[in-house]
Design a protein around this ligand. Structure first.
Ligand code: ACM
Length: 754
């Protein structure tokens, strides 16, 4: 019998190899970010033209007007129930939902005839209409919106973005553009960091000196200013850099945001980060002199009169229930030597300077609550006792948030390791200077704002999540967009979508569509790089390294080698983690499907070396702030990444590193190397030298061999450098000393013994 292939099978095969079919199978037509709770895709599209009429129930007339303006449609007409169900139009209708208590819940029903936008109130309607606008902006043909039904409500009440306008000043139109993007992605709180040492930014009518002088510094570049005398100038002076918002401008921005469903929370810093205030009102410093300290004098009642006057005006501009009073990073040294502060400590029966800070926050809390507002502060406000009405922003990791939630306080999670948009988002060597860290979009996406340590009851205090954008190294609006986008999209999704919907690959797929939207909105977003990140971890049971390779590209074809040669098209394709024995160099690159050429080759040394699991004695202690995995860190077979905050790099603060390794047995040691990191912004420097000596018995050591540093301390970009020494001897004990001549931080990882 002749074997024939059925036509249906041929069609099936064609479908499988047709890239368009594969693509559409892979990526859905409704690719929203954040992912809604329920999306049911339907066949067909709604044809959207400039003549499409909009109808709205009376309660939604104003919103529908904003929608019509944004979508270039004619003004909405009043909706009445006699409108035929097949009328081609967009309708804003009120509908109560019985299955959710969220004020932001909404439903969108898109058929070829009609788009129905349904919500119980304004907040829900805002989320719905921006969802529809987003959906339109995602289509390559903006006139065709895919049909389907979307039912949605947020996971968290609070979804915030913070912006520091003190270190660099951004004019109102820049902020409006940011608010427009927040609305499109359902972020609902803009935290406006208005005051800090590098400049006061809000008009206060009672204290014009704040904007005549404290809003202007002498150097354009924050870094130059910070590294010089940190002087202030005056409005209109030739050397003045800065700016401020008038109260009228701020009110207009508040109203602009409110129309888009966004609350603006102002931050007025106290008691620290206040050099600019003390420069113009030195009587509020302990010393009574300008340029001597950053903190207000807490012993002086004038400090509280000043803050209360300022907050009185702030509350007239900002209707938000929260007012942020800062509270972070106050140095407490000046209070120790200040008679007024010490008198306050004694008259108020306070234990120490921490309680003095807490006293100041409690006074502000009482003042705000007497005026019907609530106090929000960074997690340092926990120190010395949390004020009764305070809500905490947990930024130094999650510990502050956990403690506050357990004590029954509301919390907003914004931990440095996941939520700081001033950190590098890619290999620092390829990026414009940033403050440090390493926060690729995948890490933002991986964050769950509810810490595992909390019970369900305690978790109710987690109001939501926020990303912070400190602007030391962000001087322009373009650069600001570059640092915020596309990480902003990951933030939007972790704040809105339910936990069980989290799916990185699916998000990455949707992200591809959103690059089009970002282009349509002229956002200068960070483009995913063709480089790769290669990591390895030691598997001590099988005694090998497990290598994983990740990319910012969407499902790229990655080729790799394990013998140190450059990968070519015929090298194996990376499909998942690869096990490698001993010490090997892994090289990998992406095959460019258009040119057929290999992209940049990335190399990584796996480290199943001879010291894995060795005992380490610390002759000098590691830093309690950066212990990584304590005694295991330096010999765990995993090398640190681009940031010292990754739990791999071990810190030594102000002192040398001095350790002794005891290997499991007498070992043939060919070479020893220790990697150190330099990133000068946060005070991390290479050691002046690393000194090695070795011994068979732990008593008689070889003469030390010194390896000198060759990286200049003027190199401010991230450098990771191994200090290598050839040994070619048998040894069981190895002593390693690294001299910390700059007295900043040393960061080491890993100690490699070959
Ligand atoms: C902060 O990053 N200092 C709150």
């Amino acid at each position: 019998m002749k074997r024939t292939i059925q036509p249906a099978l041929i069609l099936f095969f064609l479908y499988c190899i047709n890239p368009v079919a594969l693509f559409s199978q892979d990526l859905q037509r409704i690719n929203l970010v954040p992912q809604p709770q329920v999306v049911v895709e339907k066949k067909g599209s709604f044809l959207w033209s400039e003549n499409t009429p909009v109808y709205a129930e009376p309660v939604f007339q104003e919103l529908a007007k904003l929608f019509a303006m944004q979508a270039s449609l004619s003004l909405p007409r009043p909706y009445n129930r006699n409108l035929k169900s097949n009328t081609h139009c967009i309708i804003f209708r009120k509908q109560k939902f019985t299955d959710t208590s969220s004020a932001e819940a909404y439903k969108l029903v898109i058929t070829p005839q009609q788009v129905q936008i349904l919500a119980a109130n304004e907040q829900g309607m805002l989320r719905a209409m921006f969802t529809l606008l987003q959906l339109q902006l995602l289509q390559t043909e903006k006139t065709l919106v895919p049909c389907g039904e979307i039912t949605d409500a947020p996971r968290f009440l609070y979804r915030g973005l913070h912006l520091d306008v003190s270190r660099n000043f951004f004019p109102i139109p820049v902020l409006e553009k940011l608010l427009d993007m927040m609305a499109l992605y359902k972020l609902n709180t803009f935290h406006w960091h208005l005051t800090d040492g590098p400049g006061w930014r809000l008009e206060i009518k009672k204290y014009p000196q704040l904007t005549k002088k404290a809003a202007w510094r002498t150097k354009n570049s924050w870094k130059e200013w910070w590294n010089s005398d940190r002087l202030y100038s005056a409005e209109g002076a030739a050397d003045a850099y800065g700016g401020y918002y008038t109260q009228e401008e701020a009110k207009e921005l508040v109203s602009y945001a409110a129309k888009r469903g966004i609350t603006i929370i102002p931050e007025i810093e106290m008691p620290g980060h206040s050099e600019e205030v003390l420069a113009v009102f030195p009587n509020l410093a302990c010393s009574g002199k300008p340029y001597t300290q950053s903190e207000f004098c807490i012993g002086n009642d004038s400090t509280f009169l000043f803050m209360e006057d300022v907050l009185t005006e702030v509350m007239q501009v900002f209707p938000s229930s929260y007012i942020h009073i800062g509270g972070d990073e106050a140095g407490k040294e000046s209070w120790k030597n200040c008679p007024k502060c010490q008198a306050r400590i004694s008259s108020e029966n306070l234990k120490d300077e921490h309680e003095l800070q807490s006293y100041a926050i409690k006074r502000m809390d009482k003042f705000l609550s007497d005026h019907g507002r609530k106090l929000l502060g960074w997690d340092e406000i926990l120190e010395g006792g949390l004020s009764p009405g305070a809500t905490v922003m947990s930024w130094r990791g999650e510990a502050g948030g956990i403690a506050a939630a357990k004590a029954g306080h509301d919390v907003i999670m914004t931990p440095g390791g996941y939520c700081y948009f001033d950190n590098y988002q890619s290999n620092p060597a390829t990026q414009p200077e940033a403050i440090g860290g390493y926060l690729p979009i995948s890490k933002v996406y991986s964050y769950d704002p509810v810490p595992a340590e909390l019970t369900a009851d305690e978790a109710r205090h987690i109001l939501g999540v926020q990303a912070n954008t400190w602007t030391e190294y962000i001087p322009t609006a373009e650069h600001l967009e570059y640092m915020i986008f596309p990480r902003f999209l990951a933030l939007a999704e972790i704040g809105w979508s339910s936990k069980n919907q989290k799916d990185w690959t699916n998000f990455q797929g949707r992200l591809q569509q959103h690059y089009l939207l970002l282009q349509r909105k002229s956002i200068n977003y960070y483009r995913p790089q063709p480089t790769l990140e290669i990591n390895s971890v030691a598997d001590t049971v099988s005694r090998l390294s497990r290598v994983s390779i990740s990319s910012e590209q969407y499902k790229p074809e990655i080729h790799f080698t394990t013998n140190g040669s450059d990968p070519v098209k015929s090298s194996p394709i990376y499909m998942g983690p690869v096990d490698v024995k001993g010490i090997a160099t892994i090289k990998a690159a992406i095959l460019n499907p258009v040119t057929g050429k290999m992209g940049p080759v990335m190399a990584h040394q796996t480290a199943y070396h001879k010291a894995i699991g060795a005992q380490i004695t610390y002759n000098l202690p590691f830093s309690n702030s950066y212990p990584a995995q304590q005694e295991y860190t330096l010999v765990n077979g995993q090398t640190g990444s681009f940031t010292y905050g990754d739990g791999q790099w071990q810190g030594f603060e102000g002192i040398d590193m001095d350790i002794t390794l005891e290997l499991k047995q007498l070992t043939d040691v060919k070479k020893i190397a220790v990697n150190f990191m330099q990133i000068t912004g946060p005070g991390v420097f290479m050691p002046n030298y690393v000194e090695y000596s070795w011994s068979k018995n732990g008593k008689d050591y070889s003469a030390p061999v010194r390896i000198m540093n060759t990286v200049p301390d003027t190199e401010s970009k991230l450098v990771i450098k191994p200090f290598e020494v050839m040994v070619n001897r048998q040894a069981k004990y190895i002593r390693i000393k690294a001299q910390n001549d700059k007295h900043g931080f040393l960061f080491a990882d890993e100690v490699l013994v070959y």
